[in-house]
Design a protein around this ligand. Structure first.
Ligand code: ZN
Length: 227
């Protein structure tokens, strides 16, 4: 399944790295501790980059990419294993949590490209993200081949949707968007109907139930505020 991944793009993963971070790594001798510190500085970009979808909607100071991944990670840990008892196997929610924490990590370098971006199509976005994860994991590998492999496998797992755990994280990705949308709707007293379409792509029954509860709360809010 990983054979569908391609990093064939002229896009340069270093093009989005702030100059001071590049200066830092260029001024240091190459060793495992300078490399892992370089990686941690790149992870910081996830804390400062705001999610494009909200900026496009005119939401001021919206959540960052890491805000989104952190809440997803907690959500997967809070899911009830009993809800999966009748399925083939009970998911490993610790694994889900790890996948959630890394699934958008490539955006540290690529940025958050939204589906209707006119300049960068889906294929190019995917190539850039794969090139970025290879770049990031190469840095980590200088410190630990084992952890680099682990992070890369979690990312590919999500990208290729090759395990039960990654399908749960995909659903949580959509659900977290619904939660965040409802929060911004309440905060700004406005409707953002366009984000609710993602409810229908949620596949796992338990997450459908949780999402439907949120949507009924939201319906009440819309009615009460005559929006
Ligand atoms: Zn995401």
């Amino acid at each position: 399944m990983t054979s569908t991944l391609s990093a064939e793009t002229s896009w340069d993963p270093e093009s989005n790295i702030p100059q001071d971070v590049m200066n830092y790594i260029k001024s240091k001798p190459f060793n495992k501790y300078t490399q892992i510190n370089f990686f941690f500085q790149l992870v910081a970009l996830l804390k400062t980059q705001k999610r494009t979808g909200w900026l496009n909607m005119g939401i001021e100071n919206p959540e960052s990419i890491s805000d989104h991944m952190y809440r997803m990670s907690i959500m997967t840990l809070a899911l009830d294993p009993k809800a999966w008892e009748s399925s083939e196997r009970v998911p490993d929610f610790g694994k889900c949590s790890k996948i959630a924490l890394v699934h958008d990590i490539a955006e540290a370098l690529v940025g958050d490209i939204v589906p209707h971006d006119a300049e960068i199509d889906k294929v190019e976005k995917s190539k850039r993200e794969y090139k970025a994860i290879l770049y990031l994991c190469q840095i980590i590998e200088s410190y630990s081949a084992e952890s680099a492999h682990d992070i890369k496998e979690c990312w590919i797992d999500y990208e290729c949707q090759r395990t039960l755990e990654s399908t749960i994280v995909k659903d949580i990705d959509k659900f977290e968007l619904l939660v965040q949308t409802f929060e911004y709707e309440r905060m700004h007293n406005r409707r953002m109907d366009e984000f609710y379409g993602c409810r229908k792509v949620i596949k796992n029954e338990e997450i459908k139930k949780i999402a439907d509860e949120l949507i009924s709360q939201r319906d009440e809010f819309i009615k009460a505020n005559k929006l």
